[in-house]
Design a protein around this ligand. Structure first.
Ligand SMILES: Nc1ncnc2c1ncn2[C@@H]1O[C@H](COP(=O)(O)OP(=O)(O)OP(=O)(O)O)[C@@H](O)[C@H]1O
Length: 600
């Protein structure tokens, strides 16, 4: 319980004060509710026996004060008062419910924003150990569950609890018998809810896990649609999906069916009590006249009390079934917090996404050199470092390349350079200032062209200007980037030109065209340093030499750091570094390293 509350407030992207305001509103509602119901008893009593007016001093003084002559006038006035009270209560109820819906949906929106911000700003290593299905599930499904299946039931429970307390108070005033009734109502409920406590959590976990697995299976089958079709492994995915869907149905049905048990039970107990007590009194020959007002108030209150109790218990079991959702959300948020703190322990790494906009155009000047000083990096959970004690320097305007066999550590070194992986040892300095003083600013100087380009299902223009709003896209720069990346011919051929949609992950383009869009993207952003990770590997020979020519023409203007398997593409580089098992084992010019017949 304590865990549940702690996690809830840890995740809640709103001030607890807002919850207090809601609770106060609920108290107001419940008081009005109890007062309204409480008024019905005297009203019915007066209506059936108008002579009572004369018997009560208080009522007589009210009659005198309001100048009422007939008993019926007062009764009608009381009726009007009750109608007014219920109208105000119903309107208030509607307004409060509307506010609660708005509040819950706002919390969902804020939580989505908070999560995407955290997932984007968390150190890259977090994503190396997470699969996208679970991240998508957290952002889309669990935020909705948090708002609608946790926050809403908590607020509804608070409201129902207030109503139960207020109406129980009213019943207690009417008769002590009610205490026995309440015990009758609550004890079996509490016993049942407690007995099934762990089961409910387990079913909830199974439902959430099945949900997550369904997203993962859809991701895998459609994400690799070409392979799925060619290999013909539909059955494999269909079977996996049908297993998870059976899990979902089984656990979900148990969960939903259990949630209505309390309601059924409360109804049964109530009927047994009302009919039972009346029948017993009659059988025992007791005078039940005195009991009728009590029973009628009780029956009336029950109209409201019954749904309040059953909804409260339904919400309680719903909350239990959502324990897993709270665990998952808080687990990710805490992991992100720990990762950020642990990477921040060694150096002040400024990577916050919120700073992105502020820093966007605030490039630090790069005038002289990038220096690597004994850089060492070990992947989490690995025994040996992937990069060991790498030291080198790159002058502004130079082009350098890393070569080496597969697994030598080239991509890891590039990821360190990009600021995605933070080394445990050593430092990288630009003009004698550590890049970790302001990583964002360093990243703003880099254009990156990876081995496989990520394309959005959007237009060529938006894919090149990636991350820039339409009205801020610089058309001149866009044209230059298209020309340098050898994309002009393609764009001219397309009926919609740069507004052509490229399809999901660029499926409507060839591999080479996708790669050139990636190159155009890096060029559009006019960064001082270009990092190319096998950037021309997907191009045919002719296009590769054209693109390489374009890249070469940037020699001396941009500082270029390349990884290449095809050595022809790095002929123009000033220096080559040969990597082996995470270390730089040799360096020199193309002539020295390649033509000197030293194997890469
Ligand atoms: N996320 C990871 N977690 C653990 N180890 C990793 C991870 N990524 C890479 N490695 C390991 O680090 C080492 C260097 O890998 P890296 O990808 O940098 O090599 P590479 O030279 O770029 O290879 P290739 O030319 O095949 O791309 C390899 O032994 C690899 O298994």
């Amino acid at each position: 319980m304590q865990n549940f509350i702690n996690r809830f407030f840890f995740i809640l992207p709103a001030s607890p004060k807002q919850l207090v305001i809601l609770v106060i509103l609920f108290v107001l509602m419940s008081v009005l509710e109890a007062f309204g119901i409480g008024m019905i008893g005297p009203f019915l009593n007066l209506a059936s026996n108008p002579d009572l007016v004369k018997e009560s001093e208080f009522v007589a003084s009210v009659y005198a004060g309001l100048n009422l002559t007939e008993a019926s006038q007062g009764i009608a006035l009381l009726g009007l008062f009750i109608i007014g009270l219920f109208t105000v209560k119903s309107f208030l109820n509607w307004q409060i419910k509307t506010y609660v819906f708005g509040f819950c949906l706002k919390v969902r929106g804020k939580l989505c924003e908070k999560l995407i911000q955290e997932y984007l700003s968390v150190p890259y290593t977090f994503h190396l150990s997470k699969d996208s299905a679970s991240v998508i599930q957290c952002i889309i499904i669990y935020t909705q569950s948090f708002a609608l299946d946790i926050l809403m039931p908590i607020l509804n429970s608070a409201a129902n609890l207030m109503i139960i307390i207020a109406l129980s108070g009213l019943l207690l005033l009417t008769s002590k018998l009610v205490v026995i009734v309440l015990i009758f109502l609550f004890v079996p409920l509490i016993v049942i809810l407690n007995a099934f406590k762990d089961k409910i959590k387990y079913w909830g976990k199974r439902v959430s896990y099945a949900d997550e697995s369904i997203i993962r299976i859809v991701n895998h089958s459609l994400g690799g649609i070409k392979e799925t079709k060619v290999i013909g492994c539909y059955d494999f995915f269909e079977e996996q999906l049908s297993y998870q869907s059976r899990e979902y149905i089984e656990a979900g049905t148990l969960l939903l069916s259990f949630q209505i048990v309390p309601r059924i039970l409360v109804e049964a107990i109530l009927i047994v009590f009302l009919v039972g007590i009346t029948s017993t009194m009659i059988l025992l020959g007791q005078d039940i006249d005195g009991l009728i007002p009590v029973l009628s108030i009780f029956a009336l209150s029950s109209i409201r009390l019954l749904p309040a109790i059953s909804n409260l218990s339904k919400d309680m079991s719903k909350l239990r079934s959502m324990t897993y959702v709270l665990e998952r959300l808080s687990q990710d948020l805490r992991e992100i917090e720990t990762l950020k703190n642990s990477e921040g322990l060694n150096r002040t790494v400024v990577t916050e996404v919120s700073q992105l906009a502020a820093d966007k155009f605030q490039h630090h000047d790069f005038n002289n050199q990038i220096i690597f000083e004994g850089v060492t990096y070990q992947y989490p959970g690995c025994e040996l470092p992937a990069i060991s004690d790498v030291s080198l320097s790159i002058n502004k305007g130079e082009s350098i390349a890393f070569i080496g066999q597969s697994g030598a550590g080239k991509t890891t070194l590039v990821d360190i350079m990009l600021g995605l992986l933070i080394p445990q040892g050593g430092d990288i300095k630009i003009d004698d200032i550590s890049i970790y003083n302001n990583l964002r600013s360093w990243q703003n100087m880099i254009g990156y062209i990876p081995q496989s380009i990520f394309l959005m299902a959007d237009t060529i223009e938006r894919n090149i200007a990636f991350g820039v709003a339409d009205d801020l896209i610089d058309q001149k720069r866009l044209q230059q980037a298209l020309e340098m990346a050898q994309l002009m011919d393609l764009v001219k051929e397309l009926p919609d030109g740069i507004n052509t949609m490229v399809g999901e992950r660029g499926v409507r383009l060839s591999g080479g065209q996708r790669q050139r869009i990636g190159i155009a993207r890096a060029l559009y952003h006019e960064r001082d340093i270009l990092v190319l990770d096998e950037a021309t590997s997907a191009l045919d020979n002719e296009t590769e030499s054209l693109v390489t020519e374009s890249i070469k023409s940037l020699s001396g203007i941009k500082t270029m750091i390349m990884i290449a398997h095809r050595l022809t593409t790095i002929q123009h580089c000033d220096r080559l570094y040969v990597m082996e098992k995470g270390r730089i084992v040799r360096s020199g010019t193309y002539n020295e390293i390649v033509l000197g017949n030293i194997q890469s």
